[in-house]
Design a protein around this ligand. Structure first.
Ligand SMILES: C[S@@+](CC[C@H](N)C(=O)[O-])C[C@H]1O[C@@H](n2cnc3c(N)ncnc32)[C@H](O)[C@@H]1O
Length: 251
């Protein structure tokens, strides 16, 4: 995807910075889970960096789980970076340009809910791994292909386009990595529920995560989509399932 895509993604996240934390329950839970996995690893002394740090949920969870460590935060949105704790080092940077100049050799690169927004996740993944100090750790969490089955099903049933953001497949990520470097990999299913389909999808906009390479659906098509949502034909509770890939990779 192009630099126009990067600008759109960053514009939407910038505009949603003030409402992000209020909606990011899944992102917060996943950040804690990944931070706890990192806390169990032997990570050499050195620079720790959160790539696509947003408002700091991941970096903050890491600093809480592993005290005495300060995490350097990198994001392409100035409004997101403004919400970080004062005195935390940060860098405004478009990660589609590769890694920014860093103040040292990283021994931990962590990234949660960010890699899939980049134009070429596989290439970024390889670059991030190669940038680590020997023995360093790359810790990742991101949604992967297979997420949102209810949305895809409803779109097909309603005969409208599915405008969900395309996600990298689990295998495309694993194929980009030398097998012997993978310390942990797990696919987690998280299902959100609501009485109303739009209550499942609205938070994405309030978090700035509504960017899609597909044309926007009109109001009539959104209504058809909601009516075709699978659970609406059962007990009236709508569900949205995320597949979240967790990965720990050691250089
Ligand atoms: C869904 S948020 C996740 C934020 C945080 N890691 C968390 O778990 O809450 C995605 C973040 O990736 C950042 N991002 C997306 N594309 C980016 C790019 N090209 N360069 C730098 N940051 C980017 C956005 O600005 C946003 O803060």
């Amino acid at each position: 995807m192009s630099s126009g895509w990067s600008s759109l993604v960053l514009k939407n996240f910038n505009e949603a910075a003030s409402t992000y934390n209020g909606q990011a329950r899944l992102q917060r839970a996943v950040a804690w889970r990944l931070a706890k996995h990192c806390a169990k690893q032997q990570i050499p002394e050195g620079l720790w960096v959160d790539l696509g740090s947003g408002t700091g949920l991941m970096a903050n969870a890491l600093e809480t789980c592993i005290p005495q460590r300060t995490v350097f935060r990198v994001d392409g949105c100035s409004e997101m970076l403004k919400l970080h704790h004062r005195h935390r080092p940060s860098q405004l940077w478009d990660l589609n340009l590769g890694l920014p100049p860093l103040p040292g050799l990283p021994t931990l690169l962590v990234s949660s809910f960010a890699l899939h927004w980049l134009s070429n996740p596989q290439d970024q993944l390889k670059e991030w791994l190669a940038a680590l100090a020997p023995g360093g750790l790359l810790a990742l969490a991101l949604p992967v292909h297979g997420s949102f089955p209810q949305w895809h099903h409803a779109a097909a049933a309603a005969g409208v386009a599915c405008s969900a953001m395309p996600l990298p497949s689990q295998s495309s990520l694993l194929d980009a990595l030398p097998r012997h470097c993978i310390r942990y990999q797990q696919l987690h299913h998280f299902t959100q529920q609501s009485a109303e389909v739009f209550s499942l999808l609205r938070p994405m906009r309030q978090m700035g995560a509504q960017s899609s390479p597909y044309p926007a659906l009109g109001v009539a098509n959104w209504r058809r989509l909601a009516q075709a949502w699978p659970s609406h034909q059962k007990d009236g509770v709508a569900e949205l399932t995320w597949l979240i890939q967790l990965l720990l990779i050691q250089r």
